[in-house]
Design a binder for this molecule. Sequence first.
Ligand code: XIL
Length: 373
Amino acid sequence: MTKTRIILGMLITAYCSYVIAGQDMALKAAYKDYFYIGASFGKPVMQEDQQTTLRLIARQFNAITAGNEMKWGPFNPEPDVYHHGPADDFVSFGTDHGMYIVGHVLFWHSQTPEWVFQSADGKMLGRDALLGRMRQRVRHVAQRYQGKIHAWDVVNESIMDDGKLRDSEWTRIIGDDFIEQAFRIAAEELPEDVELIYNDYSMTGKRKRDAVVAMIRAFKQKGVRIDGVGMQGHWSINGPSVAEIEESIVAFASTGVAVHITELDVDVLPRSPQMWSGNADVKLELQQDPKLDPYAKGLPDAMQAKLAERYAGIFGIFIAHQDKIKRVTFWGPTDKYSWLNNWPIKGRTNYPLLFDREGEPKPAYHAVMQRVQ
Ligand code: XIL
């Protein structure tokens, strides 16, 4: 009897430590006292036969962003034509797993259909009509995903690296107050507890940082609601420095908004034989060249180690500023699904995330886990 009890006790203890260790193995558990840990995904992941990547996401992450499925083009390609399916499936997955769900993105210069800016006879739309269409889009998603989406990227990439407003159909039709109008509409149409985010790349650059800080302060003065700033975090193995990253986190947080790291990945490939520009403009398209795809057969150990070290440095800064950071989201669940395999050069083999092509944790994953233990 006593022997059986002892053995039973040992078994229970072993099981408990297995469960605890198992939970510690997950990013979301390790970082639960700091910030949400997210991943983006979309149709390709949801269409996998065995759904192994969805299981990985459910285990490791507690925040999700749709890679493409909620952008104006894929979601609403023609007037009154809606492709709700993939967006609905994405939201259901997040709801089923109790995740923090991010809507990406209401207004962007890219992946927005031409019809949005045109009247029925093909002429350029006027300001009020375009503002009306924007309102309609927000009202539509507000209604469809009521109580399910926790934050929206309201405007994406509308300030240039030099701090000036991006010239786009949005600004040409609406004018210099396009971003402000977008936030006003979002605040009016979405429930109060949905966080409104301005999202952009190169947010560590001084001129863009200063312009975004000034914009947030101006909005706050005028009573235009903005709750978060998204630093995309499309970074490289070499830059930006952790000091630059830190400076921006501190600067954005000083305006009173939450900082979200929204699209983190670390590019390990060279962009041109000479340099990496640090910019993540989707319009950039460079020529294929085998010299710019040096790890097609696998990432050498030295580079794996370098990537792990880089991630450790980046997460060290995030942890130091966890009081300012609400969420850290990776742009993709595994290397297989990274957009960096096709941007800015098509068909390369990149290694920017924490999980390899098979969904196995890389040294970078262990480095990020060790940071917090
Ligand atoms: C990317 C997607 O990952 C790709 O699949 C698509 O072809 C282009 O857009 N900044 C953003 C994201 O805000 O929406 C972009 O996503 C990557 C850059």
